[in-house]
Design a protein around this ligand. Structure first.
Ligand code: HEM
Length: 483
């Protein structure tokens, strides 16, 4: 990953086009600085190089490619990306760290974002998921607190494990996510070696408006690979951009990463008869009951050419839906539909969909005008009000607007799936390394929170609880505590 700019040098100018003379470009000593146009512009522009970083998932990288449909799904969902086997829909993908700020080392233990923008003929569909099949909280009301516990203490500015463990042990629905996070899956071997999950169960409809429900899985064709804690810690110090470079170089060398895309598909009947909430984002849908149906392949074959324009400014929003995909009926999804729109308007301003990476394939015709750049084409004297009798954009006529089903959500058993996942899904090696990974974080936490955490792990599995308890007793360093 080196700069290999091969172009001929152009004439240097400032952004107004004023050509810069060699004397001006060489020194500002003994010059009137206010009249030194080159100094003035470069210095003032530097202060404006940054935009607000994402409040969550700030560190990350991206790549581009396509989604190749291998199995027709049009009997279930009329979205264009799922019809006609062989179809290739262009995609933009952003992989990210859940916590921390830009610049954090890639291999630090964390959840990872796995977000895909599908550029379809009917607009952009964004699947904004994680490398984990579940989310730690059920209720969007607690999302702000969850974000706060993953960020530095506002007094000291230092990361502190106390709020994280305090919160996780007080919100028992996070038990399954905690097992995943502290297993070796919390330190993937790279972005191209991790899976992705929609987590939400989407409601979709076919041409006849008939509803079905699906959770999407993206399974790395090269297999899932993780790092052991020691290796991840070493790489965090020695090679902070380990994942980013690995992905970039693989694509640059033509070793394109691919994922098999599969869906768990449920009928309305199955949803009603499930005996549990299939929309609960803190739980997975058992594979024996709802098997995976392969639908296609995700291929990443193009690196970004401009990281700022194509990665920092990509706006992935679960509220970006297309006809046939209604979104999920759970409260978390509803909360997300509000939050991303607001966060991205703050970060990129109201014309964010005019930024090239966010623009849909087909030119949109709207009644919105102007604002902060990029304003580009403002549709000139086409009517900017609706209704009108001057041939302004007209809505299409549908056969009726499908509605999301209504659901009632409750907290349910929080231990059962964590126990199942620990006992049946983790490999022997992952079970062996889990207690040490937990202790490495928990040892820096106040004793009353440690006690609660140990109880939580005992509830999941007696031996796991016991090994963490012993590990904590033997842990000598209590690093991270402020007195
Ligand atoms: C199933 C639950 C959730 C998942 C899987 C998830 C996943 C993600 C991912 C992958 C990103 C990074 C997108 C990118 O690469 O640009 C992100 C960003 C973000 N998420 Fe979530 N999230 C979840 C829940 C929530 C909730 C409940 C809220 C708020 C109510 C929220 C608010 C945000 C915000 C504000 C950002 C930053 C958006 C931006 O500035 O572009 N998320 N989330």
């Amino acid at each position: 990953m080196v700069s290999n700019f091969q172009g001929h040098p152009e004439l240097l100018s400032i952004s107004t086009g004023y050509p810069v003379d060699v004397e001006e470009a060489s020194s500002s000593l003994n010059h009137n600085l206010i009249r030194h146009q080159f100094f003035l512009e470069t210095t003032l522009h530097l202060s404006m190089e940054r935009i607000p970083e994402r409040v969550m998932h700030a560190p990350g990288t991206g790549a581009f490619g396509f989604f190749h449909l291998t199995h027709d799904l049009s009997h279930i969902c009329k979205a264009k990306l799922f019809s006609r086997v062989g179809k290739k829909t262009p995609v933009g993908v952003r992989f990210s760290h859940v916590a921390g700020f830009r610049g954090i080392s890639d291999t630090v233990r964390d959840g990872r974002g796995f977000a895909v923008k599908f550029y379809t003929e009917d607009g952009n569909f964004d699947m904004v998921g994680l490398n984990s099949p579940v989310f730690p909280i059920l209720d969007p009301l607690f999302f702000t607190s969850f974000v706060h516990v993953l960020h530095p203490n506002p007094k000291t500015g230092v990361m502190d494990q106390n709020p994280l463990w305090d919160f996780l042990t007080l919100r028992p629905e996070s038990a399954l996510f905690s097992i995943l996070l502290f297993s070796d899956r919390g330190t993937p071997a790279g972005y191209r070696h991790m899976p992705g999950f929609s987590i939400h169960t989407y409601q979709v409809v076919n041409e006849r408006g008939h509803p079905s429900f699906m959770r999407l899985h993206f399974l790395p064709d090269g297999g899932m690979k993780n790092l052991l804690n020691d290796e991840a810690t070493r790489l965090a110090g020695e090679d902070p951009n380990y994942y980013t470079r690995d992905l970039y170089n693989a694509i640059a060398e033509g070793d394109f990463p691919t994922w098999t895309v599969a869906a768990q598909i449920l009928s309305l009947e199955q949803v009603k008869k499930a005996h549990f909430d299939v929309f609960d984002v803190t739980k997975f849908l058992p594979l024996e009951k709802y098997p995976l149906h392969p639908i296609g392949q995700l291929v990443l074959n193009k690196n970004p050419e401009n990281a700022f324009a194509e990665v920092e400014q990509i706006a992935l929003n679960p509220g970006n839906l297309v006809p046939g995909i209604l979104g999920a009926p759970d409260k978390m999804f509803e909360g997300r539909m509000l939050s991303y729109k607001d966060a991205q308007a703050y970060r990129l301003n109201g014309n964010l969909n005019k930024i090239a990476v966010n623009s849909p394939l087909k030119r949109p015709f709207t009644y919105n005008r102007d604002g902060q750049p990029p304003v580009a084409d403002n549709e000139l004297d086409a009517p900017n009000y609706f209704p009108n009798s001057f041939h302004g954009p007209a809505p299409y006529v549908s056969k009726g607007t499908p509605k999301l089903i209504e659901i009632v959500q409750h907290e349910t058993d929080n231990v059962l799936q964590a126990r199942e996942f620990y006992g049946q899904e983790l490999t022997q090696l992952e079970r062996a390394t889990l207690p040490g990974n937990v202790v490495a974080s928990l040892r820096a936490v106040a004793p009353h929170i440690q006690e609660r955490a140990v109880k939580m792990f005992y509830l999941i599995d007696k031996e796991l609880g016991h090994r963490i308890e012993i590990g904590l007793k033997n842990a000598t360093s209590k690093c991270g505590l402020f007195h």
